[in-house]
Design a protein. Structure first.
Length: 392
């Protein structure tokens, strides 16, 4: 009963997380696109940077962008913040339910580093808080005013953190913490900088004073960082479905590579929006993705002796059915995880591809290698799959 309930809580949180995240990233993309497409008006207007016309859903719209702020505040001014807050709240809750609640198995991997569950949770939460503080003070330091060195240092620090995390946590948990950190930085940018600065500007205007342009600039800087974070953070969030990334032995470098490809792609869009043509950014990003596909190419089993199905069955009996069965015997598992069961030859046959991915390519199963599978056994499973996964 409890398992079923947590599955439903997890499903609901994930659903809310994706919906609010889509709303947040959607508005972020939209405003970024607006900024890139606003052009000076035909008849210039005092204090106005430009305007833009668009048609959508059968209606015509005109947006005017002010250099700093309009001379007089309108009665109704829309703010965009709840998308960000709810994305973070649902995301952090999901991290709690999906990972921290079962930190022993979901975060810790004893083959990587022998942590206790609570220690892993403490490290995870510290990474989020410490990562944000480091970023925040770097932004405020003189380096924050130099975009290129700042971006390079940020990338190096993030990659170092990814390297550290894959040597402390299970690889999926390491990846998800990198995603959670970027998401935390993005939401904290909205909560601690962008919204308060906008508030100060609006308050000054209500008092009839000139709003301070520096506040607007600081908010714009954080907004720009968030813009470059969007594609990397989305990759990390979906990486959970791609064990060839987080399960690879160079997983930290793959995370860095795909994040870089994402940021370059974002940069290409930004340049294009500003009417600046660029011929090499997208090909570099694409070449990077192809190179990573080659690097993660699985090993060949062409020379392996023919494998009998009985051998495969014996390995699964010894290393997997403790959890993956209609009646699991492993402590803490009331039902088969993800509904994956190896009780019958049919079930095993239908799972051949996923068994290969999980056990051979990425080695994330058996979970935390709690059942001590050997290298030979992994090879037998890999060869069996490459021989067409016979069940005779
Ligand atoms: C200690 C319990 C445990 C053992 C032992 C174990 N697994 Fe798993 N397995 C899990 C859990 C938990 C999940 C779900 C992970 C998740 O949430 O994605 C899972 C998921 C899977 C999946 C589905 C992954 C996907 O999303 O496609 C496959 C396939 C799998 N395991 C295969 C195996 C094989 C093969 C073995 C034996 C070599 C094995 N597992 C041993 C706990 C276990």
């Amino acid at each position: 009963m409890f398992d079923n309930l947590t599955d439903w809580i997890e499903l609901t949180l994930r659903w809310v997380h994706i919906v609010t995240g889509a709303a947040w990233i959607g508005t972020s993309f939209y405003f970024n696109w607006l900024n890139n497409h606003i052009r000076p008006m035909e008849v210039p207007e005092e204090g106005v940077a430009g305007d833009l016309w668009s048609v959508h859903g059968g209606h015509f719209y005109r947006v005017v962008k002010y250099r700093v702020a309009p001379p007089k505040l309108p009665k109704i001014l829309h703010w965009f913040k709840w998308e960000a807050y709810f994305t973070w709240i649902s995301g952090f809750s999901l991290l709690g339910v999906a990972y921290y609640l079962h930190a022993d198995t979901m975060v810790v991997d004893r083959g990587v580093y022998p942590l206790e569950g609570w220690q892993a949770v403490a490290i995870g939460v510290s990474v989020l808080a410490g990562g944000w503080l480091t970023y925040h003070f770097l932004c405020k330091s003189p380096l924050g005013k130099k975009p290129v060195p700042f971006a390079i240092l940020g990338f190096v620090l993030m990659t170092a953190l990814a390297y550290g995390l894959v040597h402390l946590f299970g690889s999926r948990a390491a990846y998800i913490h990198m995603g959670a950190l970027i998401g935390t930085i993005m939401a904290a940018n909205v909560f601690f900088v962008i919204i308060p600065n906008q508030r100060v500007m609006v308050d000054a205007m209500t008092r009839g004073e000139e709003p301070e342009a520096a506040k607007g600039l600081e908010a714009a800087q954080r907004s720009l960082h968030n813009n470059y974070f969007t594609l990397p953070v989305l990759f990390i969030m979906v990486s959970n479905h791609y064990p060839m990334t987080y399960g690879h032995k160079w997983n930290w470098a793959i995370l860095a590579g795909i994040s870089l490809a994402g940021a370059l792609t974002r940069h290409w869009f930004n340049l294009r929006g500003q009417g600046r043509k660029n011929a090499y950014l997208l090909p570099i990003a694409a070449a990077g993705m192809v190179a990573m596909a080659f690097v993660t190419m699985p090993k060949s089993y062409d020379d392996h002796r023919p494998v009998e199905f009985a051998e495969v069955r014996a390995i699964l009996e010894a290393r997997c059915v403790q959890c993956h069965s209609a009646t699991p015997t492993f402590e803490g598992f009331a039902t088969a995880p993800k509904g994956v069961m190896f009780d019958t030859p049919q079930q095993i046959a239908s799972m051949a591809q996923r068994i290969n991915t999980q056990v051979v390519v990425t080695r994330v199963m058996p979970l935390g290698n709690l059942t001590h599978i050997t290298e030979e056994e992994r090879d037998v499973l890999g060869a069996w799959f490459h021989q067409g996964a016979p069940t005779e």
